[in-house]
Write a protein that binds this ligand. Structure first.
Ligand SMILES: Cc1ncc(COP(=O)(O)O)c(C=O)c1O
Length: 296
């Protein structure tokens, strides 16, 4: 039986209960993270908790995730799952309130929930469609209110695609559950951090590309420029870096995963190994390239 964590307790999933007065249930008033685990080790947990804490602060939810406490909780869930490759889902809502009111009452305790999600989808070639980005203006918050994202991915599936690339004012923003990188010759472009989620994988990949002297820029990407892309990549914690094979039914490059993608994935996976080996967890951690916001 899958064990989950709920407000201080480890329980079988079918015994975990949340009140119908929880503001997460009534309003979608909460935030979440998806944290990969490989060989029993949590990947970039410090970066995920930093983003979560930043989001909690932005929503004025009075809770701070302590690194040691959440390392212990999530590690225990991974161990009970049997280790291996999986992802952890961690959700915090503003908590349970006696009356339904948009305005939250003082003293409400957040509801803390975590579970193992499996299987990890892993890296694979993706077919995508483009759709208008109709979401709100606070997409930098990893909110549990994912209705628009759900609709985009349902539409992608209906059209036989794996992901939707979103377009606002003629510019690419991100995927429904991923960030996007576009390769033109030797240059790699990714949309700037405006109205998108500051993805952990995006951030790590940007830093690795800079380290390897790849000409990588955070620039607005007009959707019509996708037609001349040599490669397009999607990034996400469970996807890692995935090559896009086709956009709206039209092949990207020769329709095969590209050589730049192969190299980037190699750097990324090697970096994961180094970091997991304990050499790089706090002392030489990925920094934020100067002048770029992270939202973390
Ligand atoms: C909208 C959106 N953008 C980007 C990402 C990628 O973020 P990360 O690399 O932190 O997983 C996600 C992940 O779920 C997402 O939902």
């Amino acid at each position: 039986m899958n064990t989950v964590y709920l407000d201080g307790q480890f329980l079988p999933i079918d015994q975990a209960r949340v009140s119908v007065m929880d503001r997460g249930f009534l309003f979608g008033d909460g935030v979440y993270e998806v944290i990969p685990s490989q060989d029993g080790k949590l990947v970039f947990l410090d970066l995920h908790l930093a983003r979560l804490n930043s989001n909690l602060k932005a929503l004025q939810i009075d809770y701070h995730c302590e690194m040691q406490e959440w390392t212990d909780i999530l590690s225990r869930l991974v161990a009970e799952h049997g280790g291996g490759r999986c992802s952890l889902y961690l959700q915090l809502t503003r908590g349970v309130q006696q009356f339904r009111s948009h305005v939250s009452a003082p003293g409400v305790q957040p509801t803390r929930f975590a579970m193992v999600m499996q299987p990890n989808e892993g890296t694979r070639g993706m077919r995508v469609i483009t759709l208008p980005d109709t979401r709100w203006h606070n997409c930098e918050i990893k909110a549990i209110t994912l209705l628009a994202n759900v609709m985009y991915q349902q539409e992608a599936k209906r059209q036989g695609a794996d992901e939707a690339l979103l377009v606002r004012d003629g510019l690419l923003t991100e995927g429904a559950a991923s960030n996007v990188f576009v390769v033109y010759g030797t240059q790699v472009h990714t949309p700037p951090l405006e109205g998108i989620l500051p993805g952990i994988t995006r951030r790590v990949l940007l830093e690795l590309l800079h380290r390897h002297q790849v000409d990588c820029r955070e620039l607005p990407i007009p959707v019509e420029q996708l037609a001349r892309a040599d490669e397009i990549w999607l990034t996400g914690s469970t996807l890692q870096i995935a090559p896009v094979l086709a956009v709206d039914g039209r092949a990207v490059g020769n329709g095969e995963p590209g050589t730049a993608w192969r190299r980037a994935l190699h750097w990324y996976q090697r970096y994961l190994q180094v970091r997991r080996g304990g050499q790089d967890v706090t002392s030489n951690r990925i920094g934020v390239p100067a002048g770029r916001g992270t939202g973390c």
